[in-house]
Design a protein around this ligand. Structure first.
Ligand SMILES: *Cc1c(COP(=O)(O)O)cnc(C)c1O
Length: 363
């Protein structure tokens, strides 16, 4: 896109396009890895009551350190992973994308490394924060070779290394043992290892939060947008050594997290059992969709997330035809592949039947 010359847009941004996954109504929205199950009536009521109870204080700025929320998030991780985090180990922001932006702003001086294909926002936010970005390599099947990754880290010596596990868009995971080897290499180059665990709740692998005690340069990024079924509230967070969090505070905007966001996220955490109940159903549906794709003769990557990456010979055409049938999935720009989010049972069935007709028309 080209912008009028009277707009003094920074040169390095002129080549970019703004993030824009399509948002359409009246289709099965299987393109942004949201949880398809809306909040229950009980949760809706609890949220409404909590918002009402704080509405009378909205003339005041929120708690800029979000202590109550960070304490509750620490408790949540401790419960899941047996860690001993307190509020000083946690940072929260408007989606994990804001967490990632803060990491680049604070720690990006020597550049960042990520292993592609992976989450496209990592290099994009790097660019916007003027952080030099290096593309590391994965195996041909999109799994990460930890030994090769460690070599790349030692050679490039970035101040930030990203590992996304389960990886988006492939769904593949890195084991905790492999993460230790990677953390070792990152430590040798005095960098930070940022493990993006946006899909951790769907995974059978152990969370990397347990590494932080032994490796203080490890950061684990999580979000309420996926398993937690709370994408609309915009709440992402990270766990790290307290000194890392203290340094990060230098770049946060004052009062960045609204009183409403903090209050509503606290209610969601209080209802965590109910919210995470959908995870098992989605994991079962993931197996069903994967089987159906295989039955259609398509190769599917093994996924530990709430989406599947599958091979198809004409992705752009298939994507378009599915949309005409009312199913919106994701063309992640990988030649020969499409990604589908696991939806509710009706959406999954519609996706499979539409894809089947589409493939039949082609043959
Ligand atoms: C969806 C996703 C996120 C984040 O999103 P927020 O909604 O900003 O919390 C972060 N990382 C990965 C790998 C994702 O897929």
């Amino acid at each position: 896109m080209s912008y009028p010359t009277w707009i003094p847009l920074r040169k390095d941004l002129q080549e970019l396009t703004a993030y824009g996954a399509p948002q359409f109504n009246d289709v099965a929205r299987l393109n942004t890895n949201e949880n398809p199950y809306p909040p229950s009536a009980i949760l809706v009521k609890a949220i409404a009551e909590r918002v009402e109870s704080i509405a009378g204080t909205l003339n005041r700025y929120p708690d800029r350190d979000a202590i109550a929320l960070r304490t509750s998030l620490a408790g949540f991780l401790n419960e899941l992973s047996g860690t001993h985090f307190a509020s000083e180990n946690i940072w929260a922001a408007n989606g994990s994308n804001e967490v990632i932006q803060s990491l680049f702003l604070a720690f990006g001086s020597r550049g960042a490394l990520g292993f592609t294909p992976s989450y496209s926002m990592h290099p994009l936010i790097a660019k916007v924060t003027q952080t030099p970005w290096s593309d590391g390599v994965r195996r041909a099947d999109f799994t990460l070779d930890a030994t090769a990754a460690a070599e790349q880290i030692r050679k490039i010596a970035p101040s930030i290394t990203f590992v996304t596990t389960p990886n988006n868009p492939s769904g593949t995971t890195v084991t905790i043992g492999e993460l230790k080897d990677i953390a070792q290499a990152v430590g040798e180059v005095s960098g930070l290892l940022c493990i993006d665990e946006a899909y951790a709740e769907f995974s059978s692998e152990e969370s990397a939060v347990s590494l932080i005690e032994q490796y203080p340069h490890v950061i684990v990024i999580r979000t309420m947008s996926k398993a937690f079924a709370f994408a609309g509230a915009r709440l992402g967070y990270m766990a790290a050594h307290p000194e890392v969090i203290a340094a990060l505070l230098l770049v946060r905007l004052p009062y960045h997290l609204s009183a409403i966001t903090q209050a509503v996220a606290l209610v969601a955490l209080e209802h965590r059992k109910e919210l995470l109940e959908t995870v098992d159903a989605l994991v079962r549906s993931r197996a069903w969709v994967a089987d159906q794709l295989s039955n259609l003769g398509l190769r599917v990557l093994p996924s530990n997330a709430n989406f599947l990456l599958f091979e198809v010979s004409t992705p752009t055409q298939v994507w378009q035809e599915l949309l005409e049938e009312g199913v919106l999935i994701r063309d992640v720009g990988l030649s020969g592949y499409l990604r589908v989010t696991i939806g509710n049972e009706a959406e999954n069935a519609l996706f499979i039947s539409s894809l089947k007709s589409c493939l039949e028309r082609k043959s």
